[in-house]
Design a protein around this ligand. Structure first.
Ligand code: ATP
Ligand code: MG
Length: 216
């Protein structure tokens, strides 16, 4: 089994998330991509995040039509903020023989060196870093301390740059469709009374309307 994990606040989930998951699933031959909504995102304390039950419900609606997509509420079941390393280890306990690809955008990867026990994340799973409009990255040295970046070996890979960690796992940098969509932009559009049609799945748009979300 090879699976992808896509963590996020998903406030709300949008087409950019779904397209990223689909392209990486296809390119890496993943059996499944599991979406993991964050309970209390450690990186998003500056603004009010929508209640987890709504974010989870929208993500579940968004992935329902894709048999290769699944959703896991393991971070929502805990009262305290979840760190990715803990999520990965919890996941590993239940899926021992599975090859894990943790998918994240360059914007998220740029903060990676501030993540809890990030060195251990490298040994726990593969990372797939996807392109995103307005974010660029040429080498690991831009993100990681130089002495750590130097331990990775650059390898040829038709899917994109592959940096191999001494333990055998890899960090892939992969170009995906540039979709200029963010949850921030969706929230702003709803607040301003503008259409979000075709930026989120129909079911998500309907859910937002039905529950009067993001109006203020
Ligand atoms: P916000 O604007 O509130 O920060 P967001 O659109 O960045 O929301 P998140 O839930 O923060 O969404 O993102 C979860 C993951 O999905 C992150 O790794 C992020 O980089 C990635 N991601 C989000 N939008 C896109 C996109 N349009 N293209 C590629 N990756 C994306
Ligand atoms: Mg974000």
């Amino acid at each position: 089994m090879a699976i992808g994990l896509l963590g996020g606040t998903f406030d709300p989930i949008h087409i950019g998330h779904l397209r990223s998951a689909e392209e990486i699933r296809e390119r890496f031959g993943l059996d499944r991509v599991i979406f993991i909504p964050a309970g209390h995102p450690p990186h998003k304390t500056r603004r009010q995040v929508l209640a987890a039950r709504h974010r989870f419900a929208m993500a579940r609606l968004a992935i329902a039509q894709n048999p290769a997509f699944a959703i896991d509420d393991l971070e929502l079941r805990k009262p305290e903020p979840s760190y990715t390393i803990d999520t990965l280890r919890a996941f590993r306990r239940d899926h021992e023989a599975t090859e894990i690809h943790f998918i994240l955008g360059i914007d998220a990867f740029q903060e990676f060196a501030t993540w809890n026990k990030y060195e251990s994340i490298f040994t726990e799973c593969n990372l797939v870093v996807t392109t995103r409009p307005q974010y660029t990255m040429k080498s690991l040295g831009e993100i990681l301390p130089p002495e750590m970046a130097e331990t990775f070996r650059l390898a040829q890979d038709p899917r994109g740059a592959r940096f191999v960690h001494p333990c055998g796992t890899a960090v892939h940098i992969v170009a995906i469709a540039f979709l200029e969509i963010s949850s921030t932009r969706i929230r702003e559009a709803v607040r301003a009374g503008r259409s979000i049609r075709y930026l989120v799945p129909r079911e998500v748009e309907q859910y937002i309307t039905m529950h009067g979300l993001y109006r203020r």
